[in-house]
Design a protein around this ligand. Structure first.
Ligand code: IMP
Length: 195
């Protein structure tokens, strides 16, 4: 797929699109997969009133789509952390900036992530949540880059595997830009300063 605007889609500013490379996932493909994941979670958690937990900020796009795709009562909460260096290195230890609003002991948690890359962030957060004694804890990740995995993390609900490339759109940003793009595309190496 190319990064040319697709008929019927809105036009993004040319300056922004100059940094955007190959489109890897279309809006239609993402919406379709999120609907399937929503159905699966609704089936698996019927009668259990799960709490969906997300990490701000990128996940808000996926989370709001997922919340609309589930057909059972669910609750939602967010944590915020500081962590990521866009050139691929993790900036020191993960730091919790905002915690969950409530105690989650005895609750069914679904940890919702936009992207699992090395898995180090997820691994840290799962340890933190497990220590709070939830009744169950599963992971739902929309995007996954298996090639870069450093920590073994169990992903029960997965949207898409992606190649080892820095991608933007559908919540994924580069320095807070590109999150709003209604597709997932590679970011050109020159934008990342890698060329
Ligand atoms: P991990 O600890 O390496 O698994 O980092 C996961 C987090 O890094 C994701 O939640 C994203 O915020 C960020 N991240 C990883 N890869 C990308 C990417 O290709 N584009 C944008 N953000 C990314």
């Amino acid at each position: 797929m190319s990064s040319e605007p697709i008929a019927g889609q809105r036009q993004e500013p040319a300056e922004l699109m100059r940094g955007v490379g190959r489109v890897l996932l279309s809006e239609e493909a993402i919406r379709q997969r999120v609907a399937e994941i929503g159905q699966q979670i609704s089936h698996d958690y019927a009668g259990r009133n799960p709490l969906l937990v997300g990490v701000l900020k990128g996940v808000v796009f996926f989370m709001s789509d997922l919340l609309r795709a589930v057909t059972i009562p669910v609750r939602v909460d967010f944590i915020a952390i500081s962590r990521y260096d866009p050139r691929g290195r993790v900036k020191g230890p993960v730091r919790l900036i905002k915690d969950l609003d409530d105690n989650v002991e005895g609750q069914h948690l679904v940890f919702v992530e936009d992207m699992v890359d090395t898995g180090l962030t997820l691994s840290y957060l799962l340890r933190l949540l497990r220590a709070r004694a939830p009744a169950s804890l599963e992971v739902c990740a929309l995007f996954n880059k298996p090639e870069r995995r450093l920590a073994n993390v169990p992903i029960k609900y997965k949207g898409f595997d992606l190649p080892d490339r820095f991608v933007v759109g559908w919540g994924l940003d580069y320095r807070e830009a590109y999150r709003h793009l209604p597709f997932v595309a590679e970011l050109k190496p020159e934008v990342l300063g890698l060329s």
